[in-house]
Design a protein around this ligand. Structure first.
Ligand code: ADP
Ligand code: MG
Ligand code: MG
Length: 251
């Protein structure tokens, strides 16, 4: 079943009107894993931020349909409640708010929207505790303040935990591999794989073949100058790793 359809999407920086996305086309079906690769500054992060409705950008033309609905008519909050999840390259610290309270609030917001009763702290604890294994986290991780003093690997695993709690249908993962050593990378990849179902899809942005060897994408897309210029399988990433982006443009 079709999950996301992006057509000729153009977007500018809201402040300067500088065009960053110059006609992006992408179709994602349920159960697929898509990877977007591309040079620094090609527009990958902008694309994922435009999908979640980041206020720094304005869509000037094109369309985004998510689960049959026009995403561009929806506020960022509504997009998230509709099942779109985004992890950020630099998740913020939220001093004074424990990780478990933060996740509980986010989860209750989702439940209210679905007309379900909220979960109190004890019920929520029961809900989240089994998910800790998935991200290889100890219980005390939940009592620490959001992102405060988290190592790079812990931040990434926490993002995956947020995803596990909220249960998005389309997860946008922007460089979840950045700054991770190979063991941490394998852990994070394992967690993402553990969340994949025939109904859920992942759109991940990465520079590295390593991640793609752990999380096997259905399709790999190359973004260049605000457009997806090539789509293929893992072999594209292998050419890229060996010969760089020049080789891809020549293909
Ligand atoms: P990538 O994630 O592929 O490295 P980005 O989407 O972050 O690329 O950025 C694409 C281009 O758009 C870059 O040249 C970047 O400087 C510019 N850009 C992105 N967001 C903004 C912004 N908020 N203000 C000004 N320029 C921006
Ligand atoms: Mg970048
Ligand atoms: Mg980026």
């Amino acid at each position: 079943k079709l999950l996301l359809e992006v057509k000729d999407l153009r977007a500018v920086v809201a402040e300067s009107k500088q065009e960053i996305l110059k006609g992006v086309n992408l179709v994602v079906y349920e159960g697929e894993v898509h990877a977007i690769m591309g040079k620094n500054g090609s527009g990958k992060s902008t694309f994922s931020k435009v999908l979640v409705g980041h206020p720094d950008y304005e869509v000037t033309s094109g369309s985004i349909v998510f689960k049959g609905e026009n995403l561009l008519d929806m506020e960022p909050e509504e997009r998230s409640l509709a099942g779109l999840f985004m992890s950020f390259q630099s998740p913020v610290e939220i001093p004074g708010v424990s990780n478990i309270d933060f996740l509980n609030m986010a989860y209750n917001a989702r439940r209210r929207k679905l007309g379900l009763p909220e979960l109190g702290p004890i019920e929520f604890y029961g809900y989240i505790a089994p998910k800790l294994d998935l991200v290889n986290m100890k219980i005390d991780f939940l009592n620490r303040n959001v992102n405060e003093g988290f190592s790079g690997g812990e931040r990434k695993r926490n993002e995956i935990l947020q995803l596990a709690v909220l249960g998005a249908e389309l997860a946008l993962l922007d460089e979840i591999d950045s700054g991770l050593d190979v063991d941490a990378l394998r852990d994070v990849a394992k967690s993402v794989n553990g969340l994949l179902t025939p109904k859920n899809s992942v759109l991940m942005i990465t520079h590295y073949l390593r991640l793609l060897e752990f999380i096997r994408p259905t399709y790999i897309h190359i973004m260049d100058d605000g457009k997806i210029v090539r789509t293929g399988d893992i072999s594209i990433a292998k050419v890229l790793e060996k010969e760089g982006y020049k080789a891809i443009s020549a293909m």
